[in-house]
Design a protein around this ligand. Sequence first.
Ligand code: AR6
Length: 173
Amino acid sequence: MKTIIGNITVECVQGDIAAQPDMAAVVNAANAQLMPGGGVAGAIHRGAGPGLAEECRPLAPIKPGEAVITGAHNLPNQYVIHCLGPVYGVDKPEAQLLANCYRNALRLAEEKRINAVAFPAISTGIFGYPLRDATNVVADTIKKMAPTLKNVKSIRFVLFSQSDLEVYKEILC
Ligand code: AR6
């Protein structure tokens, strides 16, 4: 599923964020310590190998809404952008903090002249953000940011389940 927003190609697919070899950068739904965890963080660190945690260690901790960038190690990408999403009901205002994740990730991508970025649905797993609400935040943020992007040409949203993909298709793609 593809759509064009501004000059950006936006795609929504079902899949594994750690298996997106055609994207220069993949985004990690990180924890504050930037260490391996469950879900996306587990898949990314498993794919990257222990060198990723080593590179991350001096960059931690990060705060909700913040993003940092590292190499991708054994993943088939050039970069990993690590974002800490808000824990739903705890880190407030959630929508603003979630929007900051996507904005800061795209800002880092622009700085590194990255042309293609794949995002998971940050905060919608262990952190409990309802998927539909989170997707509306993502859609608003991408629409606002698209006209400002010069290097990023392609954004892919990688959803783990078919039902999550259906929500993204309805709202964004
Ligand atoms: N590829 C794409 N999406 C995935 C994958 C995958 N391999 N695995 C899970 N998802 P989560 P969060 C989906 O929990 O809510 C970690 O332990 C998942 O279905 O990975 O931001 C960290 O260490 C959900 O829709 O991230 C943090 O402590 C979405 O990705 C904490 O969890 C995000 O789920 C972060 O929680």
